[in-house]
Write a protein that binds this ligand. Sequence first.
Ligand code: GRF
Length: 194
Amino acid sequence: LKLAILISGRGSNMEALLRAAEDPAYPAQPVLVASNRPDAKGLETAASAGIATASVDHKIYGKDREAFERALDTELEKAGTEIIALAGFMRVLTPWFVGKWQGRMVNIHPSLLPKYKGLHTHQRALDAGDTEAGATVHWVSPGVDDGEIIQQARLPILPGDTADSLAARLLPVEHKLYPEALAKACATLQASNS
Ligand code: GRF
């Protein structure tokens, strides 16, 4: 399946997906990496890996989320996108965009959903006295971080952990989780297409 990856920053999860897709047997082929921030470091990483990139600056569209999304959608369609992976993409999507791509769009979220939707997941896990943290890859549905779970990875919280130490230990776990979960999502989508 032709894969577009949407990022807003560093793009380390995107990089993990690009690496997995170097295997010809991987079910997704990256055709586009797009960012809503023109200065996202991940755009450079993608370009040096030879992947087409697009930057659609949400600031140009002000409060008009749908106008931003229509511009993004044009890039996605031009690239022939069949499945979208959100990877550190920090824009809330409108029902229009989610509806259009529903069943063909996945996200990675740094918590064990349904716990801690939204931001500051690690601090919230620490504040709650949780003994484990983790990451979730899920289908994107209209509610934020609310769609059906595809796969999760867990990580023990250690004494002395901070939000930063937890995020740092979780990152390599995410990098292993996301390619596996995306492969699963592709299998589901291919089965429903056939
Ligand atoms: C990751 O922790 C991801 O779970 C969250 O944002 C972070 C993005 O990091 N949604 P990167 O841009 O993939 O390096």
